[in-house]
Structures are given as structure tokens and as C-alpha cells.
Design a protein around this ligand. Structure first.
Ligand SMILES: O=P(O)(O)OC[C@H]1O[C@H](O)[C@H](O)[C@@H](O)[C@@H]1O
Length: 549
């Protein structure tokens, strides 16, 4: 057995889980009028109600004891202190330095990284302002109207989803189009909708080696040159964000058009770096800066608040409670705000790429569950589809509901309905509906008793389904920054409990390598012996279908 599962704090939680499994939250609310008051936390413009969870005071203190026993605070300080905690790649993990708005230095291998971080932010500001003012001109003297932002994974999700979430803050006169997939349909559609003379391509790839991004950029370059532009005009229309400056210049991007990033920034934690350039170009630099400010405020909270009132720690430990002691396999995110509809996909990468691991930092195979499946979509849409399974299915699916209390430019009638649905769902999940209530509801019908009982059984909802509710006044850039950092730190704490490396992604890397090998197979540059019989057959089908072209 691993050191985690033999830990006394873990064993204690196991006993507590057995003892609360037969309790219903409904009864806890009935007997403890203080429950909602006690089980809440507030910071950085975010209010968390976690009272609708299957926890007692004893459980919460047991979870915090486990966090202390696993040295969460020490591990957190090691991350913020620039230690090489991503030990499989020998790298520090310092996305927090990108939003360090203090004068405090941050050292990596004895060198303060803050001057470089600040210089890059200055470069981003200057460039953004020159595009927005029209000072930056295309090769025919026209200002930029469209930005085609090419990147995938962390070089795509953060910029795209933050830009979308902050739609009310978008600048007029410039439109950002995001392209990630190598599926040519997307880049073809986007390029068909923009004018090369007024288009700026921002290519984002930390490694500058990702197949999808390289190919999409090449296609954009061919399109640009085919429009009559000359090679030297590329400098006015193509910029890159990368830690691999050499590869970017070899690709043809002018050195002054390269925005740097560093190997101590993980892809899924990179929106705060120059990877956020499309956010600046869409919203203006000041709003990007506010995003950093909000994330920095959450960093401070994470570092300074006692574990008991520390929002990321509370959310992380509740997740551990369900994952490890209740067998919950997934966790659903339900933003009740259309503009925030992309957050589940963002957190999906953040959480699943970070904690989708099966060995500990020491390389031992774990004997407990690690990261859950993360999924979700905007409310109220899900209420008319997958919520059914959350209410009455056989899996326990903890949920995070989130809602802005105010929304811009909207009829209040809609917003009150949205809010009531959000709160109503949390209530329904918690309370459920008993057999007796359902049976009583059917008293006016003329069905026989056996039928009435059977129908009542179908309508019965067990309830006792856990949820968190996150409220914020409105989704400003600052609040969004805090919200994203909240999830980053939640993931960190869970990784610290499970003792996995939350900062590498070898499974994804293998996919990249195999994708390239199969491409060689398809192009006839690799022997079919390199592939299993199934893959050989698939390649052959593709080759036959394309032989005539
Ligand atoms: O920015 P790039 O080097 O092109 O990488 C893009 C993406 O590639 C991989 O899929 C990684 O797992 C992601 O974390 C990364 O964000």
C-alpha cells in the first residue's frame, strides 16, 4: 500500500466516509440552521457556497488534516519559489511569476526572471497599441482588421476562451479568429473570410514543433503569398509566440516579431504569458493586465489564507473526498453565463492533462484514483439533457455551478430566470424528491395502486448530490483571472495530495510522435512493418481513397 493510503489522516477519512454515507444533506440543513453560513468562503470577488456537499465539520477538518499531512503548503511554496517541481522535465513551474505584479524577484536557477517577464509585457503592450491605433500597417498601408490566431492545446484554449468570456470588453474594429485543428476545413473557412492586406497572423507554439500549428501557419503563409504579397511583406503580417526562437526564425518569422516565453511556463498554464497576445489584441492590453491582476490576487490568497478558508484548497479537498472516498469518476462544470461557456473545456485541459497520471513523483504506480474526468457546458442548456443522469443516474457527479449576479446589456427578466434555474438545480440535486412526495403527487390520478407506486418510484430522486456554487458580481477581467487561477491551484493541491507530477504530459507527447510516424506511413516514407495490422489497414484505406488525386 502506498504512503498515501496508509496515512492515518487517509484512514480517518475512510472511516468518516463510511459514517456519512447514510446521511442525507437535507437532514443536515434541517438540523443545522448555520450550515450555509459556515460552509462558505469569499475572496477576490468570488463567493463560494459549499454547504451542499456531503461533508460535516469533522469531514472538513479531516480533509484539512490530510492536506497538512501531505505538506500541501510546503509543496505550494516550492512551486512559487521556483524549485524544479516538474522533475521529469527538470523544470520550474512559474506561471505565477507571469502575474507577479509586485517588485519581488522570482529566481530560476539563481536568475531573476522578472525583468524578462516585464520586458515581454511591455513588448505586448507596445505591439497591441500599435495595431489598435492603426500605426502598425500591412504591406499595402492598410490597418489590421482581422487577427488569425493559430495554436493548439494551451496555445489556443486560454486565449480563445478568455477572449470569448470577456466579449463585452472586446475592442471594436478588430476581430480575432482562432484556428487550432489541423483539419483544413477550419483554416480554409477563416482565410476565406479575411483580407490578406488587413490580416495579422499570430502563431503561438511554445515548442514551435506542433504539427497542427506549423501546418496551419504554413497554409496561412501560402495564402498570403498567393495573394500577391512578397516574401519581405511577411514581417508586417506574421508574428510568433514561442520559446524556440531559432525554429521560429528558420520558419521565416522576423526575429523582432517573436514574443518569447520560457520552459518554466507549462502550455496549459501559459495564457498569462505572451501566449495571451491574442487576448491583448482583442480586448486591449489594460484588460489583459487586469486578468493578470485577478490571478495575482488569487495567488496571494492561495499563499496566505489558512487552509480552512483557502478557496482552492477547499475545492480541491472536496474533489479528493468524492474521488477517493465516494468513487466519483467525473466532475461537471456548469457555468450559467453564455460567455463563460468555454470554461469546462479550459479546465478539462488544465485538470486532465495535469492530474491524468498513474505514477507518483517517485515513479511508483498509485493504488488510489487520481484526476477525474472533467466535463460540462453552459446552463441552462444541460438541464434539458445530461442533468437527468446527474439527478437520477447511478454515478455520483459532483458539480460546480457558477453565475454572475449581474450581466451587461441584458433584459433583467432573462437573468432572473437564469439565476433561478441555477439555484433551483443545486436545490433539486441536494434535496431530491422522496418516494412519499412523488406518491402523494399522484393522489388525484385514477391509476391503480401498483401503477401509482411504480410511477412514483420512477419519479423519485435520491438527492444528496453534491455541488459548489460560485457567485461573482460580474465577470470582469479581474474576476476571470481569479477564477482561472482558482482552478489552477485547485488542480495543484490535488496533484500534491496524490503526489503526481501535474506538470508533464507524456501521454500527449506520445500522440504527437505517433501522429508524425503515421503521416510518414501515409506518405510512403515509412515501411508498413512499423505499424500494427489494424493501423496498416487504415493507412491502406486512406492511400487507396487518395490514390487518384
Ligand atoms: O505550444 P505548443 O508547443 O505548440 O504546444 C501545444 C500543446 O501541445 C501539447 O498537446 C501539450 O500537451 C499542450 O500542453 C500544449 O499546450
Amino acid at each position: 500500500m502506498s504512503s498515501l493510503t496508509t496515512q492515518p489522516e487517509w484512514q480517518h477519512l475512510k472511516t468518516l466516509a463510511e459514517s456519512v454515507k447514510d446521511n442525507h444533506m437535507r437532514d443536515w440543513f434541517n438540523t443545522d440552521p448555520q450550515r450555509a453560513d459556515k460552509m462558505q468562503a469569499e475572496t477576490c470577488g468570488l463567493f463560494l457556497d459549499y454547504s451542499k456537499n456531503r461533508v460535516t465539520d469533522d469531514v472538513m477538518s479531516g480533509l484539512m488534516s490530510l492536506a497538512r499531512a501531505r505538506n500541501v503548503e510546503k509543496q505550494r511554496d516550492a512551486m512559487f519559489g521556483g524549485q524544479a517541481i516538474n522533475q521529469t522535465e527538470g523544470r520550474a513551474v512559474l506561471h505565477t511569476a507571469l502575474r507577479n505584479l509586485t517588485d519581488k524577484p522570482v529566481y530560476v536557477d539563481g536568475e531573476d526572471v522578472m525583468p524578462e517577464v516585464k520586458a515581454t509585457l511591455d513588448k505586448m503592450r507596445t505591439f497591441t497599441e500599435s495595431v489598435h491605433s492603426g500605426e502598425h500597417k500591412g504591406y499595402t498601408g492598410k490597418a489590421v482588421k482581422d487577427i488569425v490566431a493559430i495554436g493548439i492545446g494551451g496555445s489556443f484554449l486560454g486565449p480563445k476562451i478568455m477572449t470569448e468570456a470577456l466579449k463585452p470588453y472586446q475592442q471594436k474594429g478588430v476581430k480575432v479568429h482562432f484556428v487550432a485543428n489541423v483539419d483544413g476545413c477550419h483554416i480554409t473557412d477563416v482565410l476565406a473570410s479575411v483580407d490578406p492586406e488587413e490580416t495579422l497572423v499570430v502563431m503561438s507554439s511554445k515548442s514551435f514543433s506542433t504539427q497542427e500549428t506549423l501546418q496551419n501557419t504554413q497554409t496561412a503563409k501560402n495564402w498570403f503569398l498567393a495573394s500577391g504579397a512578397a516574401q519581405e511583406d511577411i514581417a508586417k503580417h506574421f508574428v510568433a509566440v514561442s520559446s524556440n526562437v531559432k525554429a521560429a526564425t528558420e520558419f521565416g518569422i522576423a526575429e523582432e516579431n517573436i514574443f518569447p516565453m520560457w520552459d518554466w511556463v507549462g502550455g496549459r498554464y501559459s495564457l498569462w504569458s505572451a501566449i495571451g497576445l491574442p487576448i491583448c489584441l482583442s480586448l486591449g492590453f489594460d484588460h489583459f493586465h487586469s486578468l493578470l491582476k485577478g490571478a495575482h490576487a488569487m495567488d496571494k490568497h492561495f499563499c496566505e489564507a489558512p487552509l480552512e478558508s483557502n478557496m482552492p484548497v477547499i475545492m480541491a479537498m472536496l474533489g479528493v473526498w468524492y474521488r477517493n472516498f465516494f468513487g466519483a469518476q467525473s466532475h461537471v462544470l456548469l457555468p450559467y453565463y453564455h460567455y463563460l461557456r468555454g470554461l469546462p473545456a479550459y479546465v478539462q485541459q488544465l485538470d486532465m492533462e495535469s492530474n491524468g497520471k498513474q505514477v507518483t513523483q517517485q515513479g511508483d504506480v498509485v493504488d488510489y484514483e487520481t484526476g477525474p474526468v472533467i466535463w460540462g457546458s453552459e446552463g441552462t442548456n444541460g438541464q434539458h439533457s445530461f442533468h437527468q443522469l446527474i439527478h437520477q443516474g447511478t454515478s455520483l457527479i459532483p458539480a460546480d455551478f457558477m453565475l454572475p449576479l449581474n450581466v451587461p446589456n441584458q433584459d433583467d427578466t432573462h437573468h432572473a430566470m437564469l439565476a433561478s434555474n441555477c439555484f433551483g438545480q443545486t436545490q433539486a440535486l441536494m434535496q431530491g424528491k422522496t418516494f412519499d412526495e412523488c406518491y402523494a403527487d399522484l393522489s388525484d390520478t385514477d391509476m391503480d395502486d401498483a401503477t401509482r407506486k411504480a410511477i412514483a418510484q420512477h419519479k423519485t430522486m435520491p438527492g444528496n448530490k453534491p455541488s459548489n456554487t460560485l457567485l461573482f458580481n460580474s465577470l470582469t477581467p479581474e474576476v476571470l483571472g481569479s477564477l482561472v487561477a482558482l482552478y489552477e491551484h485547485k488542480v495543484f493541491v490535488q496533484g500534491a495530495i496524490w503526489q503526481v507530477n501535474s506538470f508533464d504530459q507524456w501521454g500527449v507527447e506520445l500522440g504527437k510522435v505517433l501522429g508524425n510516424q503515421v503521416l510518414d506511413g501515409i506518405n510512403g516514407d515509412a515501411s508498413s512493418d512499423n505499424f500494427d495490422a489494424s493501423t496498416q489497414q487504415l493507412i491502406a484505406q486512406f492511400q487507396r481513397a487518395n490514390a487518384q488525386k
